[in-house]
Design a protein around this ligand. Structure first.
Ligand code: NDP
Length: 449
């Protein structure tokens, strides 16, 4: 961790006091404030009128009860959240997460990251995030539907295509978005396509949205490597997770000629030196909704599964953590560096701990931070909103070309900003500063908001 500039330290102290116990939120704010020292030194105006303090305080935080009835006719209660963090650039935009670990601090960290990420896309979207401590694992389809309907029964009053537009995240895919959109439509009696993104193609979804986060992260890493006159071709790549982001990261890495040799889920990781069979992973995770431990038996030979453990023990050239926050520790980073890793692309949000980032940067390993590298998902969500608003539907190719262009622009913006602020190749700093400047400029123009 680098020190926070002395002018910004009181802001961090106040964030820690006012948001006691919200450790992930503290971590996300600290990382951004560490980067902003260079900005206020160059442009002191950004430190005036409590601008940075306002950036760190959500505009609105909604917490609500989600009652629903399970298959045994028992009433269950979960807690729902929506944090509408910043709308200076456009309507709040950010996913919904269903996972038992969800609490206010996690949703606030994700919402805070989302503000800068959305700014980096250059598209007119503000930042927000939501979710619930509901655990979808082992729940029947009927239970998932009743939960989603109850969740939306409260949330709908806070949404709108010009107000707040959620999407998916961990535990929320196209099935859940469908149930939530159906309930929103019923409650409002409006076919407001642009109120949710990640929709199915049969009712207003965008082609390439499912693939967008993973594809986008891979485009970012490829461009980052190209600056070093390298590419993904022939590289050994390890991708953690086996969900939406991980699966489409693996798909694009393979398309670029890389070899994916390991992936994981919350039960452990699978290593396949002959190259991960992506069709089999899709069959296990997307169709059967099963466990990766089944992979070696179904594959036949060449693979083994490690229960628990750390996927980062597997030697690779490129690591793409794409499961969840703080999944790659300082110790894991030391192991990866020892084994020769050259680049890290964060598909997940904040998957590397601050210690891990320090280890990578000291060793000269390129790090693509999540708020830049995984912005392809939200960027394509904004393209979905654009298609909905114009009652249009683009081809896969057109959408993917736009995604690739946006990712290249984000990469170049981060790289150029890092250089401008005296830290070449520090993409973490470049992303934080470039995202902040865009939001700060809009906020200054809008008065004290
Ligand atoms: P999914 O639910 O589709 O997949 C998550 C994967 O990570 C699963 O394989 C899951 O394992 C594993 N996982 C989740 N939590 C843990 C944990 N605590 N420990 C170990 N493994 C875990 O989610 P997504 O792929 O959508 O999201 C992954 C990450 O990417 C998140 O950080 C999310 O915020 C971020 N992201 C997602 C975007 C999107 O468009 N979906 C956009 C931008 C960022 P299991 O199968 O066992 O549950």
């Amino acid at each position: 961790m680098s020190p926070v500039d002395e002018k910004l330290q009181p802001i961090l102290t106040e964030v820690l006091r006012r948001n006691a116990g919200e450790t992930e939120f503290h971590q996300a704010v600290r990382e951004v404030l560490e980067s902003l020292g260079r900005v206020v030194a160059k442009h002191p105006g950004y430190a005036e009128n409590a601008l940075i303090e306002r950036v760190c305080e959500p505009e609105r935080q909604i917490i609500f009860r989600v009652p629903w009835v399970d298959d045994q006719n028992q009433v269950q209660i979960n807690r729902g959240f929506r944090v509408q963090f910043n709308s200076a650039l456009g309507p709040y935009k950010g996913g919904i997460r269903f996972h038992p670990s969800v609490n206010l601090g996690i949703i606030k960290f994700l919402g805070f990251e989302q503000v800068f990420k959305n700014a980096l896309t250059g598209l007119p979207i503000g930042g927000g995030k939501g979710g619930s401590d509901f655990n979808p694992r082992s729940r029947s389809d009927g239970e998932i539907m009743r939960f989603c309907q109850s969740f939306m029964t409260e949330l709908h009053r806070h949404l709108g295509e010009n107000t707040d537009v959620p999407a998916g995240d961990i535990g929320v895919g196209s099935r859940e978005i469908g149930y939530m959109f159906g309930q929103y439509k019923r409650l409002t009696n409006r076919y407001e396509s642009g109120v949710l993104t990640g929709k199915g193609l049969s009712y207003g979804g965008s082609r390439a949205r499912t693939e967008a986060t993973g594809y986008g992260a891979t485009y970012f890493v490829q461009r980052m490597l190209e600056r070093r006159r390298e590419t993904l071709e022939g590289k050994r790549v390890v991708v953690s997770g086996a969900g939406n982001v991980a699966i489409y990261t693996m798909e694009k890495v393979l398309a670029f000629g890389g070899a994916v040799i390991a992936c994981s889920d919350s039960g452990g990781y699978v290593v396949d030196e002959t190259g991960i069979d992506l069709d089999l992973i899709k069959e296990i995770k997307e169709v059967r909704r099963g466990r990766l431990s089944e992979y070696p038996r179904l594959k036949g030979s060449g693979a083994h599964h490690v229960e628990g453990g750390s996927i980062w023990d597997v030697a690779c050239d490129v690591a793409m953590p794409s499961a969840t926050q703080n999944e790659l520790s300082g110790k894991d980073a030391v192991t990866l560096v020892k084994n020769g890793v050259g680049a890290v692309g964060e598909g997940a949000n904040m998957p590397c701990t601050p210690d891990a980032i320090d280890v990578f940067q000291s060793a000269g390993v390129l790090v693509a931070p999540g708020k830049a590298a995984n912005a392809g998902g939200v960027a394509t969500s904004a393209l979905e909103m654009q298609q909905n608003a114009s009652r249009d539907s683009w081809t896969f190719q057109r959408t993917e070309e736009r995604l690739a262009e946006i990712m290249c622009n984000i990469h170049d913006l981060c790289a150029d900003t890092a250089e401008e602020y005296g830290a070449p190749q520090n993409y973490v700093l470049g992303a934080n500063i470039a995202g902040f400047v865009r939001v700060a400029e809009a906020m200054r123009a809008l008065g004290v908001i």
